[in-house]
Design a protein around this ligand. Structure first.
Ligand code: HTE
Length: 826
C-alpha cells in the first residue's frame, strides 16, 4: 500500500461543468435511460429515477473533483466523522435543491411527459441508521458541505439497512431492507483504495534491527474493505464533500487456504464469513447487544478509515499529522479508533509510545449521545483477546499508564482507580469503551446543555474531576435544507416572500418572522394556516392509505414519532389518549377538541416490551376509531415504517409535537427541532433540547409539564405509583380500562405486563408520576387550540425562534471549539 499510485502522481485536471439547461438535461436523461440502462421511456419508475440520478450525478462530478483538489492540498486541515450509522433518506430532491436545478429538471421531465415528484418518490430511502444518532450524522454532513468545511464522513455500506416495519394484527413484523438490490446510482466504487483489515491471530514480541521493541500481529484472518464514495452537495456553494462507506470483501488468501486444502466450493462459500461484516445494520437504538459481529463491524470501520487517512497522508512527516487531522467519534461505536491509531503509529510507523500518544490524544474527539446504562458499550476482554489481540495489548498499556496518573493525583484512592480503570473487573472482565474514548480524546461533548451537565456531574464525573477542560456541550441541530426547504416547500416560499432568501444558510434570519405573529398581519397568518392545512390534508391521505384511519385535517394533529422505547414514554401518550376517550364517554364528544393522534416508530426486534407498546397503540386505536360515540372527534393511528421520508411528510403537518421522555433520559432529541422549525408547538418535559427550545420560544408558547431531572432522581428511591393512582380518579379509570381488557377483549391479559410495570415502584421511567401534569398540560393545549389566532401566533413564533436549531449553528461550534478547520475556497 505504501507505493504511491500512478493516479496520485499525476495532478488531477479540472473538469468542465456540464450544461444545466432543461434541453441538455432532457438529452442526458434519455441517453442514460436508453443507452446506459437499456430501458425505455415507459419503464418502471425506479429506472426513470435511476436515469435522472445519473443525469444529476454527472453534473456533480466537476465540483466534486474541485472540492477533492482543495481537500488534498498539503496544509489543509481536515476532519473525519466516524459513524456506524448514516440515516440519509432520499438524495435526488436534496441535490436538485442544493444545485438549484429544480426548475430545469422539472421542465425537462414534463417535456418528456414525466412527473418529477413521482420520479423522486421512486427513490428508496437509504436507511443506514436507527434513529436520531444516525440522522444527526447525515444532517452534519449536509451542514459541513454547506459551510465549505473539509470534512469526510466514514461509514458502513450495509447490504441491509434498517428493517422495514409492517403491522400485522397490531404487531410489528420486520422485513429485511435489501436496499442495494434495487439501484444505488449515487455511489462510486473505488476498489483502488481497498484496505486490509486483520482479525484474530496472535502477537509476537521482538526487536528490530536497531534493537527497539517491536510487536508483530501474525496469523490473522484478513478481510478486505472496499470504499464506495457518495457525494454530499453543499447548498448552492459548488462544494461536494464525500461520504465514504466501506464494504467487506473476502481476500484471495481467504479463499486460497481452503482451496489448497482441496475443497474449492467450500472455500468460495467461506467468503460469506468475511462479507458478513457489512451485511446488516444492527437495529438497536441506545441499547447494546454485545454480539461478536458488532465488534467486528466497529473495528472494520475504524481500521479501514484510519488506514485510508494514512494512505492519503503518504510519506509526509508525522510531526504534522495532528495539526492536519481530527477524528470525531460518533458515540463509542468507533472508539476502538484510539487503540487503532496507536497501533498504526507504533507498529506500522514505528513511533515510540510517547510520540504516538501525543498524536492520538491531539486527534481524537468523542461525542456521547446517551446516559442510558444499557447503551454503555463494554466488550468482554476474552472476546477482545480472540478478535483483536494487538489492539487489546495497546488498551492494557494505555490503562497502565493512565492509572499511574490517577494514583499519583489521588494517592490511596483505590475505589477511584477501580471506577476509572478501562477494564471493569469481575467474573467476566470487560473493556469500557466510553472510558477509552475519554482517555484518548482532547474533547468530550454531550448533545444538549442538560445532557452535557449530567455527564460531567454523573456518568463522567471522575474524568471531569481529572480533566475539566476536556468536557464541553454541543447542542444538536438539524439541516434546514431538508427539514424546511425540501419538506415544506409552500411554507418555505411564504417565508422567502416575507423575509427574503438567506434563511436557508442562516436560520437565525427566521427571527424576522416574529413581527408577523403580531396583530395586523392577518393576510400572512391566514396563508400560514392555509399552508399548514394543506400539509395536514396531504398527511391525512398518507395515513388513510397506510392504515385506513381517517384524519380530519381540521382537527388538532398531535404527533409522537421516534423509536419505541420505554424512556420516551409512548405509554404516557397512550394513557392520555385513553383518558380523552374516557372523557368522551363521560361528558360527550363535544367536550373535547377534535383531535387526530399519530404514532410512529420502530421497536428493536429483540425489545419485547417495545413491541407490546406497538400492539397496545394499535389496539387502543382500533377500539377508539370504531366507537360510534367518538364519531371522528378523536382518531388514532399508528403509521407503519416510520423513517426519514415519512418524517418529511409528517413534520410540516403537525400541530402539536409530543416530546415527553422521563426528564434526564433523552440526551437531546432532534425530531423536536424538526417540528418546531415547521411551526408545531411542543408539549414536553424539561429534558434534552426541549429545555433550549422552551428558552428560545418562551414559556407561553411551549406546553411544559412534569418532573425535572433532579426531581426524578430524588423521587426514585421512594416512588409510590399507588399514591398517584389513589389521588387521581381519572388515572385510576384509565388503568382500569386497560386492566379489564377493554382494548384486548379477544386476547385477555395481554397488556398486564405493561400495566404491572406502570404500577411498579421500580418503574425506572416513573410514568404515573407525570400523568396528572401531562393531562393538565393537554387541557392547556385544548384551550389554546380553541383560540385560533393565539395558536397561529404561537405557531409562527415557534418557527421564528427556531434559528438556533440549525445544524449549521452546531457545526460552527464544533468547528470553532474542536475542529478548527478553514473553509475551502473554490
Ligand atoms: C439520543 C437522542 C439524540 C441523538 O442520539 C441518541 N443517542 C442514540 N440514539 C439517539 O437517537 C444512541 C444510539 C445507540 C447507542 C447510543 C446512543 O437518544 C443524537 O438526539 O436524544 O444526538
Amino acid at each position: 500500500m505504501a507505493e504511491p499510485s500512478r493516479q496520485d502522481a499525476i495532478p488531477m485536471p479540472l473538469m468542465k461543468r456540464l450544461e444545466n439547461d432543461d434541453e441538455a438535461i432532457g438529452r442526458a436523461y434519455r441517453r442514460y435511460l436508453d443507452y446506459y440502462l437499456g430501458r425505455y421511456p415507459g419503464c418502471d419508475a425506479v429506472y426513470q429515477y435511476e436515469a435522472l440520478a445519473y443525469t444529476l450525478r454527472e453534473r456533480i462530478m466537476a465540483d466534486w473533483r474541485r472540492t477533492w483538489i482543495e481537500h488534498k492540498k498539503p496544509g489543509t486541515r481536515r476532519a473525519y466523522y466516524l459513524s456506524l450509522e448514516y440515516l440519509i433518506g432520499r438524495s435526488l430532491g436534496n441535490h436538485l435543491l442544493n444545485m438549484e436545478l429544480e426548475d430545469p429538471v422539472r421542465e425537462a421531465m414534463s417535456g418528456l411527459a414525466l412527473d418529477l415528484e413521482e420520479i423522486e418518490s421512486a427513490e428508496p430511502d437509504a436507511g443506514l441508521g436507527n434513529g436520531g444518532l444516525g440522522r444527526l450524522a447525515a444532517c452534519f454532513l449536509d451542514s459541513c458541505a454547506t459551510m465549505s468545511l473539509p470534512v469526510l464522513g466514514y461509514g458502513m455500506r450495509y447490504e441491509y439497512g434498517m428493517f422495514r416495519q409492517r403491522i400485522e394484527s397490531g404487531c410489528q413484523v420486520e422485513d429485511p431492507d435489501h436496499w442495494l438490490l434495487d439501484v444505488h446510482p449515487w455511489e462510486i466504487e473505488r476498489p483502488e483504495y481497498k484496505q486490509t483489515i486483520r482479525f484474530g491471530g496472535r502477537t509476537e514480541p521482538g526487536r528490530d534491527r536497531k534493537g527497539r521493541f517491536t510487536v508483530h500481529w501474525v496469523d490473522t484472518e484478513d478481510v478486505l474493505a472496499v470504499p464506495y464514495d457518495i457525494p454530499v452537495t453543499g447548498y448552492r456553494n459548488e462544494v461536494v464533500n464525500t461520504l465514504r462507506l466501506w464494504a467487506a470483501s473476502a481476500t484471495d488468501a481467504f479463499n486460497l487456504k481452503e482451496f489448497n486444502a482441496g475443497d474449492y466450493a467450500d472455500s468460495v462459500a467461506a467468503k460469506n464469513q468475511a462479507e458478513n461484516i457489512t451485511m446488516v445494520l444492527y437495529p438497536n437504538d441506545a441499547s447494546e447487544n454485545g454480539k461478536e459481529l458488532r465488534l467486528r463491524q466497529q473495528y472494520f470501520l475504524t481500521s479501514a478509515s484510519l488506514q485510508d487517512v494514512f494512505r492519503q497522508w503518504g510519506e509526509r512527516s508525522l510531526d504534522d499529522f495532528a495539526a492536519a487531522n481530527v477524528f470525531q467519534l460518533n458515540d463509542t461505536h468507533p472508539s476502538i479508533a484510539v487503540a487503532e491509531l496507536m497501533r498504526i503509529l507504533l507498529d506500522d510507523k514505528r513511533l515510540d509510545w510517547d510520540a504516538a500518544w501525543k498524536i492520538t490524544t491531539a486527534c481524537m474527539a468523542y461525542t456521547n449521545h446517551t446516559l442510558l446504562p444499557e447503551a454503555l458499550e463494554r466488550w468482554p476482554v476474552r472476546l477482545f483477546e480472540r478478535l483483536l489481540p494487538r489492539p487489546l495489548e495497546i488498551i492494557y498499556e494505555i490503562n497502565r499508564r493512565f492509572l499511574t496518573e490517577v494514583r499519583s493525583r489521588w494517592p490511596g484512592d483505590v475505589a477511584r482507580v477501580q471506577r476509572m480503570s478501562l477494564i471493569e473487573e469481575g467474573p467476566e472482565p470487560q473493556v469500557r469503551m466510553a472510558w477509552l474514548a475519554i482517555v484518548g480524546s482532547f474533547s468530550v461533548n454531550g448533545v444538549a446543555a442538560l445532557h452535557s451537565r449530567l455527564l460531567a456531574e454523573g456518568l463522567f464525573r471522575d474524568f471531569h474531576d481529572m480533566w475539566p477542560s476536556r468536557f464541553n456541550n454541543k447542542t444538536n441541530g438539524v439541516t434546514p435544507r431538508r427539514w424546511l426547504a425540501l419538506a415544506n416547500p409552500d411554507l418555505a416560499r411564504l417565508i422567502s416572500e416575507t423575509i427574503g432568501d438567506g434563511w436557508q444558510r442562516d436560520l437565525s434570519r427566521l427571527a424576522e418572522l416574529k413581527r408577523y405573529s403580531q396583530p395586523g398581519h392577518e393576510a400572512f397568518k391566514s396563508r400560514w394556516r392555509d399552508i399548514r392545512l394543506a400539509n395536514k390534508t396531504r398527511l391525512a391521505e398518507l395515513v388513510r392509505e397506510a392504515t385506513g384511519v381517517v384524519f380530519d385535517p381540521r382537527a388538532l394533529l398531535e404527533v409522537q414519532v421516534k423509536r419505541i422505547h420505554e424512556y420516551k414514554r409512548q405509554l404516557l401518550n397512550v394513557l392520555h389518549v385513553i383518558h380523552l376517550y374516557d372523557r368522551i364517554h363521560r361528558d360527550g364528544p363535544d367536550t373535547v377538541a377534535p383531535r387526530a393522534v399519530l404514532f410512529g416508530g420502530k421497536a428493536a426486534p429483540g425489545y419485547a416490551r417495545a413491541k407490546e407498546i406497538i400492539k397496545l397503540i394499535n389496539n387502543v386505536a382500533a377500539v377508539i376509531n370504531e366507537d360510534p360515540l367518538v364519531n371522528g372527534r378523536l382518531a388514532v393511528a399508528f403509521l407503519p415504517d416510520y423513517g426519514v421520508s415519512k418524517m418529511m411528510r409528517i413534520c410540516p403537518a403537525a400541530d402539536l409535537s409530543v416530546q415527553i421522555s422521563t426528564a434526564g433520559k433523552e440526551a437531546s432529541g432532534t425530531g423536536n427541532m424538526k417540528f418546531m422549525i415547521n411551526g408545531a408547538i411542543t408539549i414536553g418535559t424539561y429534558d434534552g433540547a426541549n429545555i433550549e427550545i422552551l428558552e428560545a420560544v418562551g414559556e407561553a408558547h411551549f406546553f411544559r409539564f412534569g418532573l425535572h431531572a433532579e426531581e426524578v432522581e430524588a423521587m426514585r428511591s421512594d416512588y409510590r405509583p399507588r399514591d398517584f393512582i389513589e389521588a387521581d380518579a381519572e388515572l385510576a379509570r384509565v388503568l382500569h380500562l386497560l386492566e379489564c381488557d377493554h382494548f384486548s377483549a379477544s386476547e385477555p391479559g395481554i397488556f398486564h405486563g405493561i400495566t404491572d410495570s406502570l404500577r411498579s415502584a421500580h418503574d425506572p421511567w416513573m410514568t404515573l408520576a407525570d400523568f396528572r401534569a401531562y393531562a393538565d398540560a393537554q387541557r392547556r393545549v385544548e384551550a389554546l387550540w380553541h383560540d385560533r389566532d393565539a395558536w397561529t401566533r404561537s405557531s409562527i413564533l415557534n418557527t421564528a425562534c427556531s434559528g438556533g436549531f440549525s445544524a449549521d449553528r452546531t457545526i460552527a461550534e464544533y468547528n470553532d471549539e474542536i475542529w478548527r478547520l478553514e473553509p475551502i475556497e473554490l
